[in-house]
Design a protein around this ligand. Structure first.
Ligand code: ADP
Ligand code: MG
Length: 524
């Protein structure tokens, strides 16, 4: 989300609270059901079963060892760091870690899979039965944010395949094995979502969590987070319908568009009395349509068999065992290393600073913004409401006009704090606060906010005697307005008088005080 959208949505929705889930029905009473399978590339220096580097963007076929190219006699050695990452992810998603899991061979024949099989966990995965809570919040789609929860059915470790590149010029298929053997976590979620928007919100929460616990960088455009969406339709209360699977979606936008397109396509088929076929489809980012890849009616036989070169993976929990097994992976230790997760941060912001859910969502979505806010709030005398208003509406607006990201803000959190303090104590008016931001961020003035305010004599007039004097003068000079106000008691005449005072003092009067004194004089 860019800052402009952020600032706008903050403004519009800051007073609303989280609502209950709206009825997720589609056109003509159909209910859409969506289940996501997410492939997350594990952040690790080397591959799942070898020491070969994982680095992204290397020239084709430069990160391939004899293991990935399937030379006979090479053996897999499980990367401990990847198991740790998978356990950490499972813990963060509230899943049960299976003390014994197993690797299987899944056979299929593709040029980008030299061994003729992929080593994966399917029958005995590393973890199962987790839960993910997330908030669907997109002000342009739903008026109110609402909470949802989906089950994580299982989390398994598996190796990635290489990449086939279809070169249409030479009519050849080129193979790049750099990706072969890269460590993946496959997260299979239950069929519990009801729209493209919900699917995107869920994926966003997964990405926030994985980034926070540093098990995946979640760069969808680099392919480190890929999603398969399963979509079906049914009448509420009836069994689930036949699903299609849209493979390899690599952006949030594609996920939303692909799911919504597929829902419409299936409704059209069903409304005409047809039936949906169980097939794999891909999403064309140009036409924004899904197209059939292969049908699944004939069940493909992957000839699963246990991987004979890897022992079952055994994990232990020192808190259950009551002793330490030197050198082994300890679930307890990993569990203790999980940091505060995004939802907990939102709750903390709402509790400690009385922020609205919408504001908390905005901060948690953007690390740099949150860090900035917390740095400003390190002085607890500051009013969080004033800080969030100045930060999300004024500062982001100013930075946005120069296309500057908050992380590169010329106004530091300390400088911003000075502005807050001056405004909060009534020394400057809110409009001066924004002027100071402009001077620093747009004009590049190196002075501190305090210096700028003093040098420009922007200190707000809060002296009651001076204000009374100003009020008296304006009342004297505008008898017609005073007369009209006294007759009709309309606020617009009062506002007109206030405006005159504002103008004569170049916007530097404390308008709250002006309002008090003026009203008192007019009504007496
Ligand atoms: P398979 O054995 O074909 O892989 P799974 O039962 O493991 O099928 O489910 C794979 C994914 O498909 C899961 O994410 C699940 O939520 C989703 N799914 C299953 N049935 C449906 C359905 N009828 N509609 C939508 N999604 C479904
Ligand atoms: Mg499956």
């Amino acid at each position: 989300m860019n800052h402009r959208v952020l600032a706008r949505s903050f403004h519009k929705f800051q007073h609303l609270n989280c609502s209950v889930q709206p009825k997720p029905l589609q056109r003509n009473g159909w209910e859409a059901v969506i289940g996501l399978e997410i492939h997350a590339q594990i952040l690790s220096a080397s591959k799942l079963f070898s020491r070969t580097s994982n680095k992204y963007g290397a020239p084709p076929n430069t990160q391939v060892s004899i293991f990935e190219s399937a030379h006979p006699g090479t053996l897999p050695v499980l990367n401990k760091r990847c198991v740790e990452a998978a356990v950490k992810t499972a813990v963060a998603l509230g899943a049960t870690i299976n003390k014994i899991s197993r690797f299987d061979r899944k056979h299929y024949f593709y040029p980008d899979l030299p061994a003729g099989y992929q080593i994966t966990q399917s029958e005995f995965p590393l973890a199962s039965n987790g839960k993910l809570e997330f908030i669907t919040y997109n002000p342009s789609v739903h008026k109110l944010p609402y909470r949802r929860s989906v089950d994580l059915i299982q989390l398994q470790l598996e190796e990635d395949s290489g990449k086939s590149i279809h070169d249409t010029d030479s009519n050849r298929v080129l193979v790049d094995l750099n990706r072969a053997g890269q460590p993946l976590m496959e997260l299979v979620f239950g069929p519990q979502l009801h729209s493209g928007e919900e699917a995107a919100a869920m994926l966003k929460e997964v990405a926030l969590i994985l980034k926070k616990i540093e098990t995946c960088n979640c760069r969808m455009h680099e392919g480190s987070l890929r999603v398969d969406a399963n979509i079906s339709l049914h009448r509420p209360g009836e069994p689930l319908g036949t699903r299609t699977e849209v493979k390899n979606l690599n952006s949030l936008r594609s996920l939303v568009k692909a799911v919504d397109f597929e829902i419409e396509r299936q409704i059209n088929i069903l409304e005409c009395g047809g039936s949906v076929i169980n097939e794999t489809r891909s999403f064309d980012t140009e036409t924004k349509e899904t197209v059939s890849m292969r049908d699944k009616e004939v069940i493909q036989d992957y000839r699963f068999m246990p991987e004979p070169n890897l022992l079952p993976l055994r994990l232990y929990d020192s808190s259950e065992l009551g002793c330490d097994m030197q050198g082994s992976l300890d679930i307890y230790e990993i569990r203790s290393s999980v940091p505060e997760l995004p939802e907990a941060v939102r709750q903390r912001l709402m509790r400690d600073y009385k922020l609205s859910l919408e504001t908390a969502i905005i901060f948690v979505n953007e690390d740099d913004l949150l860090a900035y806010f917390l740095a400003v709030m390190s002085n607890r005398a500051r009013n969080p409401q004033i800080v969030t208003n100045l930060l999300l509406t004024n500062l982001l607006g100013v930075l946005n006009s120069k296309d500057i990201h908050i992380r590169n803000s010329p106004l530091s959190a300390a400088g911003f704090g000075e502005i807050v303090d001056m405004q909060q104590s009534g020394k400057i008016s809110p409009s001066v606060s924004e002027d100071v931001m402009n001077v620093i961020c747009v004009d590049g003035d190196p002075r501190t906010p305090t210096q700028i305010v003093h040098d420009n004599k922007w200190i707000q007039i809060s002296d009651e005697d001076i204000i009374e004097h100003l009020v008296d003068r304006v009342l004297r000079e505008n008898p017609d307005l005073v007369h009209k106000y006294k007759q009709k008691k309309k606020k617009k005449f009062l506002n007109a008088l206030m405006g005159k005072i504002k103008a004569t003092t170049d916007f530097k009067t404390n308008m709250n005080l002006v309002n008090d004194i003026l009203s008192k004089k007019l009504d007496s």
